[in-house]
Design a protein. Sequence first.
Length: 200
Amino acid sequence: MIYAPCTSRSSNFSRRQQPRANNTSPACPSATRRRATSSGTRYYVNRTAAHSCQHKAPPKVQEKMQDLIERAEALKGEVTMQDPANQARGARVPTLKNTFVTSDISGDRRQTDVQCTCGSPSTNGFPCIHNVKHAQLIGMDPYDLLHYKDTTAAWREQYDRTLSSRRSPRRISTMIKSIRTTCILPSRRLRLVARRRLCA
């Protein structure tokens, strides 16, 4: 009796024993190229906007401060200074709920934020309407209440410190091209997370 060979089983066995092809020319993902290009373009757009801004605060901070200034005008009541010799140190400011809070706008804005017993400056890191009302009463510019991190000067310093002005746009474009041509090699071995084996 002659038995016919099982071709399907042998073919499966040969496929299992066949080593995987080694991909020696992986392509750089398009997402990496897009990320490198967009980050470089976004950097120069923001850097140009920071150096062209002539106001004390960036545009987004100006919107928030303008809203606080408008709301501070709605505060009705008498503002009482706690220290006439240093009017910025403390003031009793009325609220929208016909109560009073204590505002303190003294100190160095590079070191500390303004303070108020309403809790908004300590929670949000930004002046409140009571601080703005206090500043307007003593003739201080409300934008001087901002911490240095929220000013245009800090915005410019952020980009000047991140990338020195000695690096020209041509050098940055060269850096971006090098990122675009960089190939990311796939991992040859997948390391599984498992519990450590205890020796007997």
